[in-house]
Design a protein around this ligand. Sequence first.
Ligand SMILES: Cc1cc2nc3c(=O)[nH]c(=O)nc-3n(C[C@H](O)[C@H](O)[C@H](O)COP(=O)(O)O)c2cc1C
Length: 340
Amino acid sequence: MDYNEVLERARERLAPHCLVCKECNGIACRGKVPGVGAKGTGNSFIRNYEYLSNVKVEMDTIYEYKGQDTSIELFGHTFKAPIFAAPIGGMRFNYDDRISELDYITAVVTGTVMAGCAAFTGDGADDICFLAPLEPIKSVNGLAVPTLKPWKNDKVFEKIKMAEEVGAMAVAMDIDSAGLIHLAKSGKPVFSKTVEELKEIAAYTKLPFIIKGIMSAKVAEKAALTGAYGIVVSNHGGRVLDNTPATCEVLPEIKQAVGDRVKVFVDGGIRTGADVFKALALGADAVLIGRPYAVAAFGGGAEGVRLYTEKLMYELKETMIMTGCADLGDITFDKVRIIK
Ligand SMILES: Cc1cc2nc3c(=O)[nH]c(=O)nc-3n(C[C@H](O)[C@H](O)[C@H](O)COP(=O)(O)O)c2cc1C
């Protein structure tokens, strides 16, 4: 199987929910939530994609060749590249049950590990969204990050315990799900969190704790006070609020605010290895990628996910060669140019 076959198969399996567009830019699926799109006008997703395409890469091929090392250490593990699959949950809700929660998450968790990377996993109104990933996570010796919804803290602690029991390397919380009304409607309300509540969670577990859904320097400052290991600059792929800025637009000011106090991840509109490069140049330590991983899993299972991850790594290396970068530390702000 090659990656083009993965896309073809995904197109057959996903239509009309996801058209597997040549450019996964949020236009064809605008407003489709439930589904794979973004909320309202779909603007937040579209801006993530468009902003990143206005970040251009500066060429430099006059330098001493030292090869390209894309590896990174995070959560006490070494990964081949700073690339993670983003949490995607709710196969029934978003994909009309075309694949079971377990089959989906097994493909993503095992496929990313096969390529030397790892996945974040999701959560939702249906308990299966959080429970299904636990066995696959155990089977890869914990190399994944369960991501919890912002439930009341007693429920959060119960779920963290389950993640610890299967040996997960870290846990995350998508605090930007606080406004998901459908969770409350189905009797599973979620809430905004205070700095104190987040501190309690970070202190409750020995696992690194990551706060997902930060979109400004001011909020990043608050997150950095909680003892969290990292933050994810994310607008949830545009699914929780219409008309936000692009994630890579706010990334440099967030990195400037938090410095090295927390690891900085980013997601939203990242599609290629060149996009990974751009996100790193703008201040991220590593990236998460959402919808394209769903396409890879639907089109080729774990093998599709492995192929997509390897394609990203290849493209990242290629971009590093063309910009004189020997390792990730060389990917600095001056390696890109933002056009209007
Ligand atoms: C169908 C779907 C389901 C998602 N489910 C979750 C989830 O359960 N938890 C979460 O933190 N984020 C969830 N997300 C958001 C992604 O983790 C990620 O932030 C977003 O998709 C990144 O944008 P991208 O798809 O443009 O790469 C979901 C996204 C989609 C498209």
